[in-house]
Write a protein that binds this ligand. Structure first.
Ligand SMILES: *Cc1c(COP(=O)(O)O)cnc(C)c1O
Length: 393
């Protein structure tokens, strides 16, 4: 097993970390070990497993070689000790919360967290006598006030969807220091390329690897990263809850990660160019991108992030049909949810993500009729801008 590349550059780490330097077959790529069970050569091997032999596998749900390689690569990129991979981001989030919380505990979550994470806290955890307080993102006084003697977890995201709000992590950690509350950050929109929350003392970082980490809109996965004392407990829970990543997805993730830095540099560049173009467009009423001085959290974003990613949100006229007409005129950018892949995507949150709620409920959440979210891919910026130009008319 090759040692993790320490202090090597980001791309060197992305390409080499976690891989087996010379495997049994001499294949340069880590094999997709497509097996649900791992057999014993002889009975001595059973004894070795019982004694906790490392590097040997038993059953697919407990881990497999392709998963281990992907986990090591991710841990190296996040500069931390351990990574636990899951079949989806939601599986990572739900298993983590179940692993840490017990009846009688309290969790604080920010209001613009991923919708399904909020659903899990408000519609599922409460059935197990776990109390949840939703606080306004970036309202640091409200966050401090929400702390109770039984608070076990503070959960938030940065940047958030769709307005790209940025948490001041240093300020946040000032609130939670020494309180014995686990601070967990869903860092999907930032990625370990643009931001390293663990460096600020955050206890666990979670990513939906479906997005930038996989990067090609072709897999679902999630990952939890941090110190082993916490990830070990979560890994044991994964063995029970069963949201394990399959070998083929683990391979696709490894493959995607090899170009991670290149892709992120391009997403950052394209995001900035597209945001600047849209900001100057007369049909655009308001734009949200943390790399623009007009964003309310521009200063803090500049301080704690290396780049701002490919998600650009903007408001057109308050008119659902005009927003949908804009979408239907797009020629390169595809219409669809999700983000972080090589292909640019555009979504109209009001109709694509909030179709199940009333207009009033949606507006209360800040999802306006003319709101468009772009997930800018790695195509050439001029082509994406040209596409937006002809669609905005
Ligand atoms: C997509 C997403 C998730 C959920 O991840 P899946 O891989 O789709 O389960 C969680 N958090 C954020 C911020 C996301 O964008």
């Amino acid at each position: 097993m090759k040692k993790q590349v320490k202090k090597a550059g980001f791309s060197t780490t992305a390409v080499h970390a976690g891989e087996i330097r010379y495997n049994e077959y001499g294949s340069i790529t880590t094999p997709i070990v497509q097996s649900s069970t791992f057999i014993f050569k002889n009975v001595d091997e059973i004894k070795k497993l019982a004694q906790g032999a490392v590097g040997r596998f038993e059953y697919g749900r407990y881990g497999h070689p392709t998963q281990v390689a992907a986990e090591r690569k991710l841990a190296a990129l996040e500069d931390t000790k351990d990574a636990v991979l899951f079949s989806s981001g939601m599986s990572a989030i739900t298993t983590t919360l179940f692993a840490i919380l017990k009846a009688g505990d309290h969790i604080i979550i920010t209001d613009d967290a991923y919708k399904r994470t909020l659903d899990f806290c408000l519609k599922c955890l409460n059935r197990f006598d776990i109390e949840c307080t939703v606080v306004k993102m970036c309202d640091y006084e409200a966050i401090e006030k929400a702390i109770k003697p039984n608070t076990k977890i503070f959960f938030s995201e940065s940047p958030t969807n769709p307005y790209l709000n940025i948490m001041d992590i240093k300020r946040l950690m000032g609130i939670f220091k020494g309180k014995g509350i686990y601070v967990i950050s869903d860092s999907t929109f930032a990625t370990p390329y643009n931001q390293k929350p663990l460096e600020y003392g955050i206890d666990l970082v979670i990513h939906s690897a479906t997005k930038y980490l996989g990067g090609h809109n072709d897999l679902l996965s999630g990952v939890v990263l941090g110190r082993k004392e916490l990830t070990g407990v979560i890994r044991e829970y994964l063995k029970i809850t069963g949201g394990c990543i399959d070998p083929h997805s683990a391979y696709l993730l490894i493959r995607g990660l090899k170009t991670f830095e290149l892709r992120m540099q391009r997403h950052n560049e394209n995001g900035q160019k597209v945001a600047e173009y849209l900001e100057s467009h007369p049909k655009v009423k308001r734009i949200y991108y943390p790399g623009l001085a007009s964003h309310p959290h521009y200063q803090i974003a500049k301080k704690q992030m290396k780049g701002f990613g490919g998600v650009v949100t903007f408001e057109m006229e308050d008119d659902v049909s005009k927003a949908l007409e804009f979408l239907s005129r797009l020629k390169i950018i595809n219409i669809g949810p999700s983000l972080g892949g090589v292909e640019s995507l555009a979504t109209h949150p009001a109709t694509i993500s909030y179709y199940a709620v009333t207009r009033e409920e949606r507006l209360a959440l800040g999802i306006k009729d003319g709101l468009i979210r772009l997930a800018v891919g790695i195509e050439n910026a001029e082509d994406i801008i040209e596409d937006l130009k002809q669609a905005l008319l």
